[in-house]
Design a protein around this ligand. Structure first.
Ligand SMILES: [Fe+2]
Length: 259
């Protein structure tokens, strides 16, 4: 009898079979079936039962990744975050994704990429940008801010919805299952870019869209921004991978997956 994670892999292959060649996205029905399966995945299903590999002590990367499987259509693995670790704001160009918390608590800020309605060169930012940096300025909108635990439904991203996110471990270590379709592939235009929020000089910082490393007020932590007033447009600056973030690798201890 197949393990749950094997069933997830098979369904992901089915759901995203068209995404590897740049075709139409997954059907709502197929994505719904995958979402239903992913929502059932617990830490024990990927071998993270009684002995969890990360602790608050010692040195090492703030985040590690356990590779489970990858095809041309999707990749699947587990990210493990140390207490207080943050995966900086980053994108998934042209990709779909599902994220399911396995243990701990994550705060996830999701952003939509927007077309800029005005050229950033017309604005002054605080802190001021150097002239060459204006080529790296992007427009986006904060779509959602939420806390997710192991009983939360999977968090979805798509090419044009919540394609950018920032993920922080709250109140201890955390782990999540991550499915991306198609996988990152710099040779095919799907590299990962990092961003920080920047603010026009005359505007105060948005209360619920903290830049990496910044701290938000407690009222914003559980604020679901999916509706009207939360469509807060912001400016982003593409930056190199932050020095305090890197991702190590770790062996996947769960059931074997073959696809
Ligand atoms: Fe991500």
């Amino acid at each position: 009898m197949s393990s749950l994670i094997q069933k997830v892999a098979r369904q992901a292959r089915q759901t995203f079979r068209s995404t590897g060649g740049g075709g139409a996205g997954p059907s709502a029905e197929s994505l719904g079936q995958l979402r239903k399966l992913v929502s059932q995945v617990r830490a024990e299903d990927v071998g993270l039962g009684a002995s969890r590999p990360r602790s608050s002590g010692g040195k090492g990367p703030p985040v590690t990744y356990m590779h489970i499987c990858e095809t041309s259509c999707f990749s699947m693995g587990v990210f493990l975050l140390r207490p207080g670790a943050c995966i900086p704001l980053h994108d998934h160009p042209g990709m779909h994704g599902l994220l399911k918390v396995l243990y701990g608590k994550l705060r996830i800020n999701g952003f939509d990429r927007l077309e800029a309605s005005e050229p950033p060169e017309a604005l002054a930012f605080s802190p001021p940008l150097l002239p060459y940096q204006y080529n790296s300025v992007r427009r986006a909108a904060l779509r959602s801010v939420g806390e997710f635990g192991d009983n939360s439904p999977p968090c979805l991203l798509a090419p044009h919805r919540e394609n950018l996110h920032q993920i922080s471990a709250e109140d201890g270590p955390a782990a999540f299952l991550d499915i991306l379709a198609p996988p990152y592939d710099p040779a095919d235009g799907r590299d990962c870019h990092y961003y920080q929020l920047i603010h026009p000089a005359a505007s105060p910082a948005p209360a619920s869209a903290a830049a990496p490393g910044e701290t938000e007020g407690p009222a914003a932590a559980s604020d679901n921004c999916a509706g009207g007033a939360a469509q807060k447009e912001i400016w982003l600056l593409e930056i190199p991978q932050p020095e305090d973030f890197w991702c190590g690798g770790e062996a996947y201890p769960g059931p074997k997956v073959s696809i």
